[in-house]
Design a protein around this ligand. Structure first.
Ligand SMILES: *[C@@H]1O[C@H](CO)[C@@H](O)[C@H](O)[C@H]1NC(C)=O
Ligand SMILES: *[C@@H]1O[C@H](CO)[C@@H](O)[C@H](O)[C@H]1NC(C)=O
Length: 993
């Protein structure tokens, strides 16, 4: 048959295309944006694949035997669902009527396929929406179903049909043949492939994240059921496709091209069906309209890329089904896909953490390879013996096939041989040691200079600039107050550098724009002749903050030039200039410095005259315009979080949509095993796309009015990538949360305190307005983890000593055992804050019982204090540091003191993902008990002395560099620099001594 020749030639390209396509899809799908809008993406993908299939069908021969009639058969069902059919003549010929049963059958299959595709998309959408509740997938059994079906439909009958006739075969041949003839052999080899793959997949599955699968909501049982339904639907869909492509009708096979096209039309119809459903939804549900129509550009490109690869892969799969049948195609796809996934996972996880059983994975992969080879061996032998249309993939298995399998096997042998599961020393031992060294390095450069002249020289060397006018007053101010930090104020320069790209006049105007409109939630503070005044249009509820600032600035205002300052009254940071814009801005500052380095002695030593008039007056009446955009209660990561990252960074390119899985690559750069090793790197979001769903600021900020333009806005804290200017918070300056132990709540020596880790607070990190955002917020996740609510917290790692040789290894323990072994008292107080719709009730249920608020001074009862971000920075951290207790801190926000305080030397850092929480606590608290269901006894001594040393070091250091005086000194220096930046002659200004 001519059609067979064409298709035969397509076999090899299709085979290679399917393998490559599967590898790429498996790899891409993990980080695609497509699941942000599952239905949109599905419509695009179905349409794209359908189009590709129809396109290909035009290349296929249309005049095989019985083409004419075949074409007519299929035209009818298509016409019925309203797909116009330009290329065919729709008028039925009399013969059609003669075969009504096959006609009806195909019609039904077609409609069924369309319906199944539609339902499949909806099931997928539901699963993706609560993907943290999903379990291990059933998808690998799909080939097994087809193998069983093959056994049922073909092999059983074949056995009866064939008679043996080979008389002069060797024993080996005979064995091989009898295997080939055995009706079970095919099922057995497929089962081996599936067993091995599943084994490997489970051994290498990424650990569960702390994203909450709420115990009180139905998703915990619903989502796994839906996953199973999804698998059944997949089998049904493939079955339908197979039927459309291959089923025999009463008069022999239909024309290949038209069969092919009919599958394409089914895809298109499913896309149309979904589109129609989407339009109906759009009309009915007016809340979601904006969301439905908004297509962010990352999403667009990501889906486009995925679409093309998926369409290509589906196309290859169709050709393969046509050529070698559905069983071989699914076996090939499943094997390729799982091998790709586990290889990537094993390659990325050669470390002791997260703990993986590489041995079992190796065993699984070996079994799968064995099964896979056996399968094709058998399949090759069936060639020719089969009466049906299907040909086998290989006439003779090419040596390249064996070679590939061999390479795969050796790759895994290598991985297995090099994987490590034991740790020689506890990472925290090393982290503490390193932190002390780091802190000493910091000390060595904070106060190198003695005397003003030397400080000025040092400033010039360090910052490539003259110090601003007034620097001598600052120096005196700082030394009179015994400032430990004299030379290193890098964060000020880092914050201010981009502003050198703006003209002073522009900065002044932008300051006015911020202050003039009350809607902006910005407080204006004016300095005139050394007097500080608060602008009249401030929101009354935030008055205390502006007054506190006025008091703070008032301490040194007499040395400041006249200027206006715009202070962010909200907790959230706001100014997020895209990376592409801010890098050239920083470059401008850099270049200016290079130019200025020569000129030293002609500096103008005082600020320009007449500065007061340059600042436009702040009207008391409303100015309607605002450069700020309202994004409160909206998802903000990609619009305002990651734009500050380089375009090729993971935060901008990748979407970690599977919030239920722990993102190893995201945590790896700042981790040593399960422990956070580098606080600075942890604050950099650019390699951490998963943070998009793990913090209130990104999920749904409470009051976020942001801009992409460089506006001069002073904020108390900021996340990485924001360009707000950090200043010491009035909250801390006014001691709104004060370290003030009393007789009822004394701050006893560390060893006398309660061993428990303690936290009290509200759910105020972000607003959960009805879409379940609370399940990702850091506060909620930590509470959930620490209490193992309704036994629904995922298993977590602990690093425990093994019996021999003082080595340690990671155990993944169920949270129920962890809450027994370790002591935590972490609760929400009062009532659920910042929620709307069903989320209030859901949270109240999940976090019940809510405890009464406790006195802030009660904290000092406990050895370990947990500190978590709120809507902005945590105002409690400084008092925690001042106390004799040891603070544990997990935070996205960074404050003005960030480079002064060293993690592991002054406090214990935790990763925002929470995976190190129990393991870190275990190191300090120690544990003694039984794990693994009571079968293994473990004992780890508490590191009390290390804990006490860090608690004391933090306390002493806070008394030295985080006093109210230190806030003044930092602020004074910041405002002198700011005074220069806003001066028309800023390039000429400087001190002369
Ligand atoms: C953290 O990493 C940064 C960048 O790699 C490095 O400069 C810094 O020294 C590290 N900090 C510590 C405490 O090791
Ligand atoms: C320590 O605090 C926990 C929780 O607040 C409490 O249950 C426990 O009884 C306290 N232990 C001692 C020895 O007071």
């Amino acid at each position: 048959m001519p059609s067979h020749n064409v298709m035969d030639r397509a076999k090899w390209p299709a085979f290679i295309g399917l393998v490559l396509g599967t590898v790429v899809v498996t790899n891409t799908v993990k980080t695609t944006f497509a699941f942000d809008k599952t239905v949109h993406s599905s419509i695009a993908t179905l349409a794209c694949s359908g189009g590709a299939i129809i396109g290909l069908s035009r290349w296929l021969p249309r005049d095989g035997n019985r083409t004419h009639k075949g074409g007519q058969y299929e035209a009818v069902p298509l016409a019925e669902v309203g797909q116009p059919h330009a290329s065919r003549d729709p008028s039925p010929s009399p013969e059609d009527v003669a075969y009504p049963s096959s006609l009806r059958k195909l019609r039904i299959v077609f409609l069924l396929l369309v319906a199944l595709l539609g339902i499949r998309v909806e099931v997928m959408r539901e699963v993706v929406r609560n993907v943290q509740c999903s379990r291990a997938s059933w998808e690998p059994i799909v080939p097994l179903v087809f193998a069983a079906w093959d056994y049922w439909a073909v092999q059983r009958k074949r056995r009866r049909a064939t008679n043996d006739d080979d008389l002069d075969a060797s024993v080996y041949d005979a064995l091989e043949r009898s295997m080939a003839r055995s009706p079970y052999s095919c099922v057995a080899t497929v089962a081996l492939v599936i067993l091995g793959s599943t084994l490997a997949m489970n051994a290498l599955a990424s650990p569960a994240s702390t994203f909450i699968c709420a115990a009180g909501l139905p998703f915990r049982w619903l989502v796994p059921q839906l996953q199973r339904v999804g698998t059944v639907l997949d089998v049904a869909i493939i079955f339908c496709i197979y039927n459309l492509l291959k089923a025999q009708d009463a008069r022999g096979s239909l024309n290949v091209a038209l069969r092919f096209a009919s599958v394409g039309y089914a895809f298109l119809s499913a896309a149309a069906l979904l589109l129609f459903a989407g339009i109906v939804y759009y009309i009915v549900q007016d809340n979601d309209r904006i969301w439905i129509l908004t297509i962010p550009h990352q999403y667009f490109w990501s889906v486009l890329r995925l679409d093309l690869v998926v369409a290509f892969t589906v196309l290859c799969a169709m050709v393969m089904i046509l050529q070698v049948g559905v069983m071989t195609t699914t076996v090939l796809t499943t094997f390729t896909s799982i091998m790709t996934a586990v290889a990537i996972s094993a390659w990325a996880n050669g470390h002791p953490f997260p703990p993986h059983s590489t041995g079992i994975a190796f065993l699984g992969v070996s079994l799968a390879i064995l099964g896979f080879m056996a399968y094709f061996h058998l399949e090759t032998m069936h060639e020719g013996s089969s009466g049906n249309y299907t040909t086998s993939l290989f006439r003779k298995i090419p040596s390249a096939f064996y070679l590939t399998m061999l390479i795969l096997f050796f790759f895994w042998t290598g991985l297995w041989a090099t994987s490590k599961s034991k740790v020689n020393y506890h990472p925290i031992d090393m982290l503490i040691f390193e932190a002390q060294r780091y802190h000493h390095m910091y000390l060595d450069q904070t106060a190198v200079s003695t005397g003003l002249a030397e400080t000025v020289t040092h400033y010039q060397e360090r910052y490539g600039q003259q110090p601003p006018p007034g620097f001598d007053h600052w120096y005196r101010y700082a030394t009179e107050r015994n400032s430990t930090v004299i030379d290193s104020f890098d964060s000020i320069h880092h914050d201010l550098d981009p502003f050198y790209a703006l003209e002073p006049q522009q900065i002044r105007h932008r300051t006015w724009e911020m202050i003039a409109n009350q809607w902006n939630d910005v407080a204006g503070i004016s300095i005139r002749n050394g007097q500080v005044t608060v602008a009249p249009n401030i929101v009354p509820t935030h008055r205390w903050m502006a007054d506190g600032l006025a008091e703070l600035i008032g301490k040194f205002a007499k040395w400041l030039p006249d200027m206006d300052l715009a202070f962010n009254l909200n907790d959230e940071c706001r100014v997020s200039v895209p990376y592409e814009d801010v890098v050239p801005m920083r470059q401008i500052a850099q270049n200016k410095r290079l130019n200025q380095q020569q000129r030293r002695d002609d500096a103008r030593t005082s600020f320009s005259d007449g500065r007061a008039e340059q600042w436009k007056a702040i009207a008391e009446d409303e100015v309607p315009d605002s450069p700020l955009e309202e994004i409160s209660w909206q998802y903000s990561f990609h619009r305002f979080g990651s734009v500050g990252c380089p375009p090729n960074s993971p935060a901008r390119r990748l979407r970690h949509w599977d919030v239920g899985s722990f993102c190893t690559e995201c945590a790896y750069p700042q981790s040593l095993g399960a422990f956070l090793s580098n606080w600075t790197v942890a604050g950099d979001i650019c390699h951490q796309p998963d943070l998009a769903d793990l913090h209130g600021l990104y999920l749904s900020p409470a009051s976020f009015k942001g801009t992409h333009e460089l506006y001069p806005l002073f904020s108390q804290s900021k996340a990485n990538g924001f360009n707000d200017i950090l200043y010491p918070s009035a909250w801390n300056y006014l001691e709104k949360a004060k370290y003030d132990p009393n007789d009822d709540n004394p701050d006893r020596p560390f060893s006398e305190k309660n061993d428990t880790i303690f936290w009290r607070g509200a759910t105020s990190e972000g607003v959960s307005q009805g879409r379940g955002q609370w399940r990702g917020m850091a506060r909620q996740r930590f509470i959930h983890l620490a209490n193992n609510i309704n036994n629904s917290a995922p298993p977590q790692p602990l690093l425990l000593p093994t019996e021999r040789g003082g080595k340690l290894s990671y155990w993944t323990l169920p949270s129920s055992e962890l809450t027994d072994l370790l002591k935590a008292d972490i609760h929400v107080v009062d009532s659920i804050a910042r929620c709307a719709g069903p989320d209030c009730e859901h949270q109240a249920e999940e976090f019940a019982p809510l405890v009464p608020p406790s006195d802030f001074q009660h904290h000092w009862t406990y050895k370990f204090l947990l500190d978590l971000d709120g809507a902005g920075f945590s105002g409690r951290f400084l008092p925690f540091l001042q106390s004799r207790s040891l603070p544990f801190k997990a935070a996205l926000f960074r404050e003005w003191w960030d480079d002064r305080v060293t993690a592991w030397a002054h406090f214990i850092p935790l990763d925002l993902r929470g995976h190190g929480f129990w393991a870190t606590l275990a190191y300090f608290q120690g544990l003694d008990g039984k794990i693994a269901g009571g079968s293994v006894e473990v004992k780890m001594d508490p590191h009390v002395q290390a804990a006490e040393r860090i608690a004391e070091a933090g306390r002493e250091w806070a008394e030295q560099v985080l006093r109210k005086e230190d806030m003044e000194i930092y602020f004074f220096r910041l405002l002198l620099e700011w005074g220069r930046l806003t001066d028309d002659r800023r390039d000429e200004l400087g001190v002369r001594i």
